[in-house]
Write a protein that binds this ligand. Structure first.
Ligand SMILES: Nc1nc2c(c(=O)[nH]1)N[C@H]1C(S)=C(S)[C@@H](COP(=O)(O)O)O[C@H]1N2
Ligand SMILES: [Mo]
Length: 322
């Protein structure tokens, strides 16, 4: 018999999220209880989770063309509610993720390019003009957040890479070190490393953003330091964290989640309220922190910028999800 371990977020969100635990802890903190007491009661090292306060400041002018229809998710909420399976299959990986050392960090650009490149993330950042963008983020589990990301368009990395004319996709890969990320060691049934991919047209769309910072600082480990992707019109799992490799290829990459469950986590993964996940509705989403339940928008509200990418696809409804 074939037994497959399912990640917790393959459950419906209500089942998967230890929401009451999460909210209670936040209330306790607001009440000013000592971190040690909270850590003891929750099994979490809260003081370590907040050690990110020491991250370096990162300044960038805000690009005002990206407006939000709701408030920003508070930084401490984003720092303590994360999906990063390398560190565990639940949301409270902030403390475990402190084992990651994001400096120095070598990035490889290879495949169908004129000349493969190896480059340190700081050198890459120095080459790029950084900007701040306020983006919505919609997880496939039906929760959402907003983030003031700092970074540069993925298009700029594509230009630097100079792909050859045959390149059709960009494949991206996360670091894969079981000594750093205990989830890799304790969950060997997953197809590590985490992989994602986009078409060249998607990569060159202005919305595709490579993130190196958030909330005016270098991006926190748990949010995907030192370099992650933000694709705000797609479900969150496409926004791969802690990237070490970009490979230009003519073969469609098969992503981490697609390898596990292609029917549920397909290549396109464009946000679409009308196409339910096979096990739950995508019609609405829960806004992190406020808890508001709001209608989900086609392409997560970014249709104007990206709908053209998918025009003429045979079966649009299907393609939007898969
Ligand atoms: N390498 C890697 N990238 C990842 C994930 C992951 O488990 N590993 N989870 C994805 C999912 S499902 C979501 S919703 C977002 C979460 O980003 P956040 O923790 O900054 O909110 O990261 C995405 N990128
Ligand atoms: Mo997600």
């Amino acid at each position: 018999m074939h037994i497959r371990k399912s990640p917790s977020w393959q459950l419906s969100e209500a089942e998967a999220t230890p929401e009451t635990v999460f909210l209670n802890r936040r209330q306790i903190m607001a009440g000013g209880l000592a971190a040690g007491a909270i850590a003891a009661s929750s099994g979490l090292n809260i003081s370590k989770a907040f050690a990110q306060e020491g991250r370096a400041a990162l300044e960038a002018d805000r690009n005002e063309s990206f407006e939000l229809d709701r408030g920003l998710t508070p930084e401490d909420v984003n720092l303590n509610y994360n999906n990063f399976y390398e560190f565990g299959s639940h949301k409270e990986i902030a403390s475990a993720a402190q084992a990651l050392d994001p400096r120095p960090w070598e990035i490889t650009i290879d495949g169908m390019v004129e000349k493969p490149i190896k480059m340190d993330v700081d050198d890459l950042m120095a080459k790029m003009t950084l900007e701040e963008r306020l983006y919505r983020h919609r997880c496939v589990e039906a929760w959402s957040m907003t983030v003031p990301w700092i970074g540069f368009p993925l298009r700029k990395l594509v230009e630097m890479a100079a792909p050859t004319s045959g390149a059709k996709f960009v494949r991206m890969e996360t670091f894969n070190d079981p000594d750093v990320a205990r989830g890799i060691k304790t969950q060997p049934w997953y197809p590590w490393p985490y992989v994602e991919g986009v078409t060249m047209a998607e990569a060159q769309n202005d919305l595709s953003f490579l993130v190196v910072g958030a909330y005016g600082k270098v991006v926190a480990n748990q949010m995907g330091a030192p370099l992650r992707l933000a694709l705000p019109w797609k479900y969150g799992f496409k926004s791969i964290k802690s990237i070490v490799r970009f490979t230009f290829t003519d073969e469609r990459p098969v992503s981490f989640w697609e390898q596990l469950q292609a029917r549920e986590y397909g290549f396109w993964a464009n946000v679409n309220p009308e196409v339910p996940h096979p096990r739950w509705s995508q019609a609405t989403e829960r806004v992190l922190h406020t808890g508001d339940r709001v209608p989900t928008q086609l392409f997560n509200g970014y249709a104007e910028q990206v709908a053209g990418l998918y025009e003429g696809m045979d079966d649009l409804g299907d393609a939007l999800y898969r």
